[in-house]
Design a protein around this ligand. Structure first.
Ligand code: IVH
Length: 696
């Protein structure tokens, strides 16, 4: 079939639009089209190309993904070698002036000669690439390799949305090679690792978790299957030039590095916005300092900055020493990863009772500070990383985040088991107070259940108890609690009521008037209500409304403290998680002691009779209602079921016990049948509500 001119014209127009919108979206971060509109254009082009395969050019926006897995990479020789760059040995800001002094000396500049102009760039922590464009179309992407010979990775690089398949703008040069760094943003890296962890958890043995964004990026670029590479989100920054057609033969005429960077941006490449021009050493130092402050907030890793002499004429004059240009230098920041030895693994308890395994380390300088502790996050992470005492580990401290153990050095992990420390296990007792530590279903963390007694949770427990919606002890805020606990005046809640005026007034920065107010507030708080008191205990999952429901249902505190889980489940809105939490809390002898002491201090509230027990025969059963019932509205049916203790869900799942189906029941009915869920009609529902379920 001959390509109609019309089809060719439409394809070209679509291609143009798609390139423009992809650039706006991926490079400039300023999309103009809703995603769905973009997709429509994309699908239209795909359809046209399917009809007229000859329109499917290599630079078509549809040609990013595709291509078959490779057996290996082809080696290619770089037309212009990819050089390395000298690293300034002095990593203090003053290192910048050493570079400026060398440049001035090499150029033979007198002391009173004008300042040299530089371009300051970020030193991205990724993988260097050479991208070759012929007549504006990407024809080859290659890794740096040893600088002379690299590997062809065109297929994979085509999937990087930030890299143009075709240079933007009019009259592209016959040949140009743009160089830069392919890297992975930290958020993309975290999301990728999250997916990797899920795959591993699902039993996929040959998947792994990546140690850092650079490794993940390198792995993606050198992935033999482009379909997999496409799922590893990569980004790109342009910063340099390889072979290029000279100006007299149609190449661009740039005279400075800065001009080139602007040319790259005009062609559609991302260029880091932090890039700046600087005159002389003082401005280089200022740049190093500014970026040093911004480093942690950048969405990607950098390991330093790069200074380049701006003028290409001066660059040529300076030339090279061995394989390094004299006109550029890398000026690094303190490394964010270091190796060190694990001395012990401890478990720390946070203010809210969360248990965190922490590796105690031989002191090591990382990310600008000396680190002796690094988090292992939680049980699953600790198990996955399998860190043992005596292991050499990679410690990472990026930004203000707490230092973490990235993993065990492979050599160290490979030692025979009997040469390593024991496998770490999470304790089932709180290391601070000895109460039970539990990990709830669906949670990653273990928590101490001795909230009222545990030393680690003391401050938090007191603040919660004193809060306005709990015992409402005015004046007992953050600072004062801190002061009281640190001075050893309060260990558990009852100690509050032993504070006298003299003790309080004797505290630093405490006026007599304030001390008196606090004594009064404490006295007033003794007359309270059961819901407030219960909420004030800070039991996990017990919010104000649950506390109210519990109080209403049981009438008295002892009823709640002694209720079985089954009895607790009868309370409105109390599910298994809340019931277990209450039970565990009151099973800790220390918590009960605290409650008794509070009562002995004079805390009191009106107690009542348990609410008349409406029978709740359907506790623990889940119903779904669908279709139109003959007499009841869906709301009425739901009310009746809930009053009888049932749970009414919106969709059918394996956990559904009954589907109540009326007229015109649709997909829910189909699903229920598929899953073997019992289907009943209104008549049967009313019977169940009236007589309960038959036994068994
Ligand atoms: S310029 C002749 N600029 O650092 C100068 N390199 O050791 C060639 N890098 O392999 C390099 N950011 O991977 C240059 N803004 C930047 C850079 C940068 C990162 C990497 C690049 C190169 C290595 C040099």
């Amino acid at each position: 079939m001959a390509t109609s001119k019309e089809a060719a014209r439409e394809a070209a127009a679509l291609s143009e639009q798609l390139h423009r919108h992809a650039h706006l979206y991926y490079v400039l971060d300023a999309p103009e089209l809703p995603d769905a509109e973009y997709d429509k254009l994309f699908q239209r082009l795909q359809a046209l190309e399917a009809e007229h395969p000859e329109l499917r050019t290599p630079d078509s926006p549809t040609q990013r993904v595709g291509g078959k897995p490779l057996d290996g990479f082809t080696k290619i020789r770089h037309k212009v070698p990819m050089l390395s760059i000298r690293t300034e040995t002095d990593i203090t800001p003053a290192g910048a002036s050493a570079f400026d002094a060398r440049v001035r000396k090499e150029l033979g500049l007198a002391e009173d000669a004008p300042q040299v102009e530089y371009v300051c760039e970020l030193k991205f922590d990724g993988l260097a690439l050479n991208l070759r464009y012929e007549a504006g179309v990407l024809v080859q992407a290659a890794t740096r390799g040893d600088g002379e010979i690299g590997e062809e990775v065109t297929q994979n690089i085509r999937t990087v949305q930030q890299i143009p398949l075709r240079l933007r703008g009019e009259s592209p040069p016959p040949v140009v090679e743009v160089r830069g760094e392919v890297y992975m943003k930290r958020a993309d890296f975290d999301a990728l690792n999250e997916r990797q962890r899920e795959k591993i958890a699902a039993g996929q043995k040959n998947e792994k978790v990546f140690v850092n964004p650079r490794n993940a990026a390198a792995g993606a670029v050198r992935q033999l299957d482009p379909a997999i590479a496409a799922r590893r989100p990569l980004s790109f920054f342009a910063y340099g030039l390889g072979e290029v057609t000279p100006p007299e033969q149609g190449g661009p005429s740039c005279e400075t590095q800065f001009d080139w960077l602007q040319q790259f941006a005009a062609w559609g490449f991302p260029v880091a916005q932090q890039t700046a021009r600087a005159r002389g050493a003082i401005e280089l130092i200022a740049f190093h300092e500014t970026i040093g402050r911004q480093r942690d907030a950048l969405p990607y890793d950098i390991d330093g900055v790069v200074y380049k002499v701006d003028s290409l004429a001066l660059q040529r004059q300076l030339g090279f020493v061995s394989r390094e240009p004299r006109w550029a230098v890398a000026h690094k920041y303190p490394a964010q990863e270091q190796l060190t030895e694990v001395l012990a693994i401890e478990v720390q308890v946070g203010r809210t009772g969360k248990l965190t395994p922490v590796a105690k380390l031989a002191p090591v300088f990382v990310g600008g500070v000396t680190v002796t502790n690094a988090t292992l996050h939680n049980e699953d992470e600790a198990r996955r990383k399998d860190v043992r005492v005596g292991d050499t580990v990679i410690v990472r401290r990026a930004g203000d985040v707490i230092p973490e153990v990235v993993g065990v050095l492979p050599e160290s992990a490979a030692r025979p088991d009997d040469k390593r420390g024991p496998v770490f296990t999470m304790p089932h007792q709180c290391p601070v107070c000895g109460s039970a530590a539990v990990r709830e279903e669906g949670e990653v963390d273990y928590r101490c259940t001795g909230g009222l007694f545990c030393g680690a949770q003391r401050k938090e427990a007191i603040l919660h108890f004193a809060a306005r919606r709990a015992l409402d002890i005015e004046g007992l805020g953050d600072k004062l609690v801190e002061q009281l606990v640190d001075a050893g005046l309060i260990r558990t809640l009852p100690d509050l009521y032993k504070l006298g005026f003299t003790t309080l007034a004797g505290l630093e920065r405490m006026a007599d008037k304030s001390a008196k107010n606090i004594v009064d507030a404490l006295e007033a708080s003794k007359t309270t209500t059961l819901p407030r008191f219960l909420f004030g205990l800070g039991i996990r999952h017990i919010g104000e409304s649950t506390a109210r429901d519990l109080a209403l249902h049981f009438g008295r505190l002892d009823g709640i403290m002694d209720a079985s889980e089954a009895e607790l489940l009868e309370v409105n809105d109390v599910g298994p998680v809340v019931a277990t939490s209450l039970r565990t809390f009151f099973d800790q002898p220390h918590n009960r002691e605290v409650v008794e002491h509070l009562r002995a201090c004079g805390l009191h509230w009106p107690e009542g009779e348990p609410a008349a027990r409406t029978p709740r025969p359907l506790v623990g059963k889940t119903f779904v209602i669908t279709g139109t019932l003959p007499t009841l509205s869906r709301e009425e049916a739901k009310d009746k079921l809930e009053t009888a203790g049932a749970k009414v869900a919106g969709s059918v799942s394996k956990k559904t016990d009954f589907l109540v189906a009326g007229e015109e029941a649709g997909s829910k009915l189909v699903k229920a049948r598929d899953l073997g869920v019992a289907v009943i009609d209104e008549a049967r529902l009313l019977e169940i509500l009236d007589k309960g379920l038959p036994e068994g």
